[in-house]
Design a binder for this molecule. Structure first.
Ligand SMILES: *Cc1c(COP(=O)(O)O)cnc(C)c1O
Length: 391
């Protein structure tokens, strides 16, 4: 399933094998759902993205998966980090990541956390409101700030649009305000929406941001930094462009609109780590609500609250494999183990699973390296949070 490997052909490194994770899962008895990551796959994915991103600065959106070994792998490759809280900043610092490789990209920051970040040496912050700029001016005086633009509806599978960013019409006022407050307004940012499957889906968003960019420059702001956020897709059910060609296309589209000297920063989360992990889980019960029902219900020991939150709205559809996949398959509603009726992953579009599937069978849930361990509740209904092993 690791469809991108052809991109590594001819690369100096031997393409890391996805099967290392699968062999490990087959050979191991787990007593709870466990995400198994391969750090070589993270490194390969980073290299593949960077091959397309060129001299853009990459800041890993660490909320996707802050496992220490993942962080260390990216640190050692020279990657930067986008942090959203004191906790994430502290983790970076504890791993020896220098402050000048950390951005504080959350537009909603507690004053105490701004103070903490500033005293730790962080000088690059996001903002999308006057009050946030005032907080930054007071507690991170002189810091560099980029203004996040709300880009409206996108074609992403997991949009992030409404909560963050200011309307394009307000951006120049905020840049003016930042300058008046003694901050250093260096640029703009946006997020096209997570899991934006095709590079061409960026065009409209880039057009909108470019209008603001050129207006701001005409108004006397010497903007240099364009933070293009994340959105780089992972392979789930439908094919996506490979990481290198995808990011090459994005960079071309950016340079076309923003000029050759714009300093680009990217914040991939999902696109760096999703395909580097597989969850090992177990079937707890297979049943039919009535003997005549076509669909079986398959209950796993992992659910919406223990790592599979992104199945919400059935937006992200993970590929699921079992050791019985050579048997005939039939439609199943897939649900988690907790006593909450929302804890159903896929029902509108049932999942095809082997007709022979039964309690105790191991299942592998693929491309689950992003937004699983961090979305898992601490112990809803007494079920443990998702365990993580990094090979
Ligand atoms: C979550 C987040 C990202 C990462 O998004 P992906 O779609 O996972 O790449 C990047 N930038 C910001 C500001 C984020 O909040």
């Amino acid at each position: 399933m690791y469809v991108e490997t052809s991109e590594f052909a001819g690369a100096p490194d031997v393409a890391p094998s996805y099967s290392r994770i699968e062999s490990y899962i087959r050979a191991t008895e787990f007593d709870r759902p466990t995400l198994v990551m391969d750090r070589d796959l993270v490194a390969a994915q980073y290299r593949a993205l960077v091959a397309g991103l060129g001299n853009a600065k990459v800041h890993y959106a660490m909320k996707a998966n802050p496992a220490v070994e993942v962080m260390e792998t990216l640190r050692d490759l020279g990657c930067g980090f986008d942090a959203a809280s004191r906790g994430e900043i502290s983790l970076c610092l504890s791993l020896g990541i220098p402050a000048d490789r950390i951005s504080y990209g959350n537009t909603i920051k507690r004053v105490r956390d701004i103070q903490f970040a500033y005293s730790a040496g962080i000088r690059l912050f996001a903002a999308d409101a006057e009050e946030e700029l005032e907080k930054l001016a007071a507690h991170a005086p002189g810091a560099q700030v980029y203004i996040r633009i709300l880009v409206g509806s996108t074609e992403a599978d997991w949009p992030l649009s409404r909560k963050f960013g200011c309307a394009p019409s307000k951006a120049i006022d905020l840049l003016d305000r930042a300058r008046a407050l003694g901050l250093d307004p260096v640029g703009l940012s946006f997020h096209v929406g997570s899991q934006t499957k095709r590079a061409k889906m960026w065009a409209e968003t880039l057009d909108r941001v470019a209008i603001v960019w050129h207006k701001a420059r005409a108004a006397g702001h010497g903007l240099q930094l364009l933070n293009i956020g994340g959105g780089f897709p992972a392979f789930y059910e439908e094919s996506v462009d490979g990481p290198t060609s995808y990011s090459l296309q994005i960079i071309d589209m950016v340079r076309e609109r923003f000029g050759a000297d714009v300093q680009i920063m990217a914040e991939p989360g999902r696109g760096l780590v999703a395909e580097a992990g597989v969850i090992a889980a177990e079937v707890v019960l297979v049943s039919r609500k009535a003997d005549t029902d076509l669909c079986r219900w398959v209950y796993l020991d992992i659910g919406r609250f223990s790592g599979l939150a992104e199945s919400e709205g059935e937006a992200i559809r993970y590929e699921i494999t079992t050791d019985r996949d050579s048997d005939a398959k039939g439609p199943c509603i897939l649900a988690g183990p907790s006593c909450d009726s929302v804890d159903v992953m896929y029902e509108k579009r049932p999942v095809q699973l082997p007709v022979t599937l039964e309690c105790g069978d191991k299942v592998m849930i693929h491309s689950t390296g992003a937004y699983t361990s961090t979305y898992s509740s601490v112990g809803f209904n007494g079920f443990p949070p998702l365990a993580v092993v990094v090979l």
